[in-house]
Ligand binder design. Sequence first.
Ligand code: PGA
Ligand code: ZN
Length: 412
Amino acid sequence: MARITSVRGRLLYNSRGSKTIEIDVISDNTHLGRVCAPSGASVGKHEAVSFPDNRPEKSLEIINANEKKFVGLDPSNLKLIHDTIRTIDSTANYSKIGGSVAFALTIASIDSAAKSLRIPIFKLLSNDMELRFPFPLGNILGGGAHAGPGTPDIQEILVCATGSKTIREAIEFNLTIHKEVGKILAKKDPSFTNGRGDEGGWAPKLKNDEALETCARACEQLGFTLGKEVSLGVDFASSTQWNEKEKKYIYDRAGLENTPEEQIEFASDIIKKYKLAYAEDAVHEEAFDDMAVLAKKFPNVLITGDDLLVTNTEILKRATKVKACNAAILKVNQAGSLYDALEFAKEATKNNIKIITSHRSGESVDSHISHIGIATKSKMLKVGVVGGERIAKLNELLRISEYDLIRGMAEI
Ligand code: PGA
Ligand code: ZN
């Protein structure tokens, strides 16, 4: 059994150019596990905080001061690593040490352990022999908190090759559609700068409906039938629009002011018109009952909670009680440690809630998430389409396909 021989943090930068932390865990003076923490722009109220007082430097100090607590531990014992972190920070949202530390330290330990055992991370995280590839779900056009003024209010229009039989085809279809959307945008507006948002989706000056039309047209022009070979999805990220005082969703760019009832209609119309396979955060993060209305109305669509659930097992339990959703985003850094996130995945699976493992808008080129998506039996892996930090996760899926251990694509 390997033993951790050193733990070291350093300050680096994420894909948005913001400071973050990377942690190296070395076992037996040989096996390097290295993980850089991501961060979000549309952050849920109840997420783990990234850094204490927003200061990565503080996280770094704490981790380096506590190295000895981890030296000698078995890096594959995720619970032990998690519990040891909890001896330093027992706050619910990791406000003392920073969720980024919990994230990077637990995944780096597993990375190191997998290397010592010479097995891929997904094998270490799951003994299941029936693992499948999640369908890549990628942002092709967006706005909201991920892009500047003039772009759609809707944060993300996503594509997923729901009819693909192989992981390579699923990735290729997403890439082709992203390119086609770019071509349509350039044709439509010769002044379009090829601008892209934080996750690599195009960021044109378009209203919501024009943006959705453009994406649907791109799929059709390529000969795809929506809902068959490929499907569209939307992350409404509705907490961004929700105005608690006025009790309305304010769409500044589209000029809409939706009451909660109108918001349900607004989302329902989009789901129906574009035959969406996936609808995320169609209402704000505390509107469990409104989400339940959508989940009931669209049992065959992944009615997904992101800000709604923030990868928090207790919140998920509340949501399942009222049947608020049939799918859940799993973002490890929302929960904090990988242990927390896997507990969340267990609870979701137990309740028949489908898992979508997801990146953050501020990312690194790490690709551990691809293994986590497989090990948690995620139906989809939401990691974008283009951009070095997004393609790194997709390329890892292709490398994993060489192992010949995974039996085809997930069943959605
Ligand atoms: P974030 O957003 O990573 O910027 O928080 C992504 C999402 O809302 O899914
Ligand atoms: Zn989201």
